[in-house]
Design a protein around this ligand. Sequence first.
Ligand SMILES: Cc1cc2nc3c(=O)[nH]c(=O)nc-3n(C[C@H](O)[C@H](O)[C@H](O)COP(=O)(O)OP(=O)(O)OC[C@H]3O[C@@H](n4cnc5c(N)ncnc54)[C@H](O)[C@@H]3O)c2cc1C
Length: 285
Amino acid sequence: MIPASFSYHKANSVQEALGMLQQHGGDAKLLAGGHSLIPAMKLRLNQPSTLIDIRHIAELQTISVAGDHVVIGAGVTHHQIATNAHIHAHAPILAEAAEWIGDVQVRNMGTLGGSLAHADPAADWPAVMIASHASIEMQSASGSRTVGADDFFLGFFETALQEDEIITAIKIPVAGAHTGSAYKKFMQPASRYAIVGCAVVLTHENGKCTAASIGMTGVSEFAYREKAIEDALVGKELTPENIKHAASLAAKDVTLMSDHFASVPYRKHLASVYAERALVAAAGL
Ligand SMILES: Cc1cc2nc3c(=O)[nH]c(=O)nc-3n(C[C@H](O)[C@H](O)[C@H](O)COP(=O)(O)OP(=O)(O)OC[C@H]3O[C@@H](n4cnc5c(N)ncnc54)[C@H](O)[C@@H]3O)c2cc1C
């Protein structure tokens, strides 16, 4: 459980970290909360020759509201998200989900940017980002770009992030009027990672669903949008029967994972159950 040796560099700004990434090339890894990277290094699944510590970069640690978006620095911790007033007011699903991540130590150290970059198939944030229509801002020495959450998660621990890029911020549209949201997960009892996690953002008027955005994690090799459920709900009355029918379509278009926590049929069942629970809560039923 001892990592291979590495050199350590502390960056004080994004520019400095980008310079270090360029200098040390593909062998270097950014270190944020260290709660995914350090365990992987201890298991020698990851053996970077250089760690660039971005944890102390102040510009990555702010939460603000800019126009109709909440802007969260990549270095903001799960705990800060769970307790921030802007997030509670304008993107409450993030505060709700953050409460369910790991334990106190994990929430105090782990960061939103680190979780998105790591893209664990059982992580909570990817589903919440998809449901919230988040966009992920990345910077490299040659410029910056923004990728929507739908296009960010590409595969098993695979994202659109390039080796020379740093996630700098995550932008979440401010929740509008008549919007309800919920995140429900069936968790691994020790780590609290999601065996199945479903994030829902619903807009409804006079009991009818006018928009639905649903992200699922833990089910397949990477988080995805539950398009079939969304399509089944939009334009329909948000009744328990309509919700049950829509939720029964969960995981119908993906290849499900199977492991010692949940077989394929059990995971599929859980996906419907947790989609229904999240939809009921988001609809306020
Ligand atoms: C016991 C335990 C329980 C956990 N339970 C849960 C859980 O219930 N739900 C859940 O979702 N997660 C869980 N986690 C994971 C936790 O949320 C991690 O903190 C998170 O996945 C990684 O964030 P980090 O800041 O620690 O990143 P690090 O471990 O520092 O980095 C992870 C990866 O992201 C890269 N990276 C970090 N920041 C950036 C950036 N800004 N730009 C580009 N690349 C970057 C690193 O180079 C590295 O490759 C758990 C972890 C542990 C140890």
